[in-house]
Design a protein around this ligand. Structure first.
Ligand SMILES: [Zn+2]
Length: 240
């Protein structure tokens, strides 16, 4: 649901006031004359159209790069405000701190802070595993890689999900945190978002059953489990 320029400079985008995908029509379009390159195209203008939602008339603003011809047909949209925030549903028993980290990652992604979002999705994964008892025990479970693998061995996440956790979340987050700077694409962030949500569902959708497995594998203690978790206020204490 990314914003796109349609005919006559109308921008199709999510309107937070209407709560749906809407059309924003341009009201006035200030422009700056500036020769530059954007996304591999030689441009001579930057335009800042002010627009209004056809449903509720709330305002919006965009940044568009143009080669000097008609921007409404050939302009390249860099960003549009209000930003669209893709908020994924989470099970109600996910701990509050994990939810907060996940929502902040979504917020970063909404305005293109893709590296920050990637690091936070990795953090969500690690915090989730720790909250479920996958914590360092001597020389075991020292890093996120082994924590993910152990969760798969326990049967909490599938083999397919284990691979996604490594490829789409852990490695991406590690790239951001430890490797040289590089662009993180929207597709990479969307994949991290998607699979982080799925892993939270793996751990918290069928919480009673998951806790039985965690107890059986000595990840958490029986007396610390909460068989009927109904709010995000409670979570089992890991065995340390
Ligand atoms: Zn609207």
């Amino acid at each position: 649901m990314k914003p796109v320029i349609k005919e006559n400079g109308v921008i199709s985008a999510f309107c937070p006031d209407c709560g749906v995908l809407s059309n924003f029509t341009p009201v006035t379009t200030p422009q700056v004359s500036k020769n530059h390159d954007f996304n591999g195209k030689t441009c001579s203008f930057i335009l800042y159209p002010f627009l209004q939602c056809v449903g509720c008339l709330r305002g919006g603003i965009a940044k568009v790069h143009s080669g000097g011809d008609n921007w409404t047909t050939t302009g390249i949209l860099e960003w549009f405000f209000p930003f669209y925030r893709n908020v994924a549903p989470l099970p109600p028993s996910v701990p509050d701190d994990v939810v907060a980290e996940f929502r902040e990652a979504e917020l970063c992604a909404s305005f293109g802070a893709n590296r920050a979002a990637s690091a936070l999705f990795r953090s969500v994964l690690e915090k989730t595993l720790k909250a479920n008892g996958y914590v360092r025990q001597g020389q075991n479970l020292r890093d996120l890689q082994s924590k993910i693998d152990e969760a798969a061995k326990d049967g909490i996440i599938t083999e397919a999900r284990r691979k996604r956790a490594h490829d789409e979340i852990r490695v991406l987050g590690n790239d951001v945190l430890h490797d040289d700077w590089r662009i993180v694409t929207d597709d990479e962030v969307e994949a991290a978002h998607h699979y982080t949500q799925r892993i939270l569902e793996d751990f918290y959708d069928e919480r009673t059953e998951v806790e039985k497995i965690l107890i059986a594998n000595k990840r958490i203690q029986a007396q610390q489990s909460s068989p009927q978790v109904t709010t995000s206020q409670t979570s089992p204490t890991p065995i340390t």
